[in-house]
Design a protein around this ligand. Sequence first.
Ligand SMILES: Cc1ncc(COP(=O)(O)O)c(C=O)c1O
Length: 343
Amino acid sequence: MRYIDFRSDTVTMPTKEMRMAMSEALVGDDVYGDDPTMNELQELAARTVGKEAAIFVTSGTMGNQLSVMTHTNRGEEIIVEQDCHIVQHEVGAAAVLSGVNIKAIKGENSIMNPSDVRKAIREDDIHYPKTGLICIENALSNGLVVPLNIMKEIYTIAKHHDLPVHLDGARVFNAATYLGVTVEEICESTDSVTFCLSKGLCAPIGSILAGSKVFIEKAKKNRKLLGGGLRQSGILAAAGILAINDMSKRLHIDHENARYLAKRLTEIEGIKLDISKVQINMVFFNITETGFDPNLLVKKLFEKGIKSNGEENGLMRFVTNNDVSKGDIDFTINCMKEIMNEI
Ligand SMILES: Cc1ncc(COP(=O)(O)O)c(C=O)c1O
């Protein structure tokens, strides 16, 4: 049975072209640096984000944590927004793997105010940990995009204090699509960036960590330490190349579909959402006023072949992706109306 899956863009299947490229990929032992397809992907990735070098990692979490580990020394402090993935969804890895303290600041809609970042940077005092890194997320997990001027201001502050900036750009291609700029322009305000090949870009596995040559050489050793040195990984890189070259160019369709979905959801009485917050491929909505139990809705939708996640912090989230068409959205809205007794 085919399911329509709104749970995330991580559920996307590799495309037919990816499967073909994977089956034909030239490979070698990447720990020796011998994998031509992996080398091609890493060079392409570095060029795309405007950095000197890049390495393939197995996940976005690994890219972020490798970055924290490589930028910092144990006992230092990293500045992050309190809702960011590094704090909320990476199992406390920054403490476990890198031994860093986390200074989490509260942003407006999870967007950090540069002056709060400035205030969070530690002075030289015998009692304080040393600030070692500032992390920004863009696009944010709440579906919003951080404006370029905010990123630039934070970067200027960081450079004034001689601090590196890491971007969790798991969905940086979505951010660039929304802003109408290249990912390189976004990454100009960062020293390192992680982005995911396996979310809206549809590759089956993998993320990229990019930065200066020196940084990436150090990160490569840390990747080995974490058991992330891969062998004939060109099979995965072949899909990654198509993710960057082809799939990044179709993200505007997911964004248009998300806005279409949002508009159609508001046809259902009691569903509340803020369309101005539908910036990428994520639609957050509240069903409290419908009087319908969110868990029951998830169950009933599943029975009709539609997968969705339960409510979190009072909001349900539907994510559009390459495997969800406009027709699937229409079908889903009709099912919701039927389930919620509107027709
Ligand atoms: C903003 C953000 N950063 C990092 C990640 C981690 O990616 P992965 O699931 O590949 O570890 C995610 C995953 O959803 C994410 O949304």
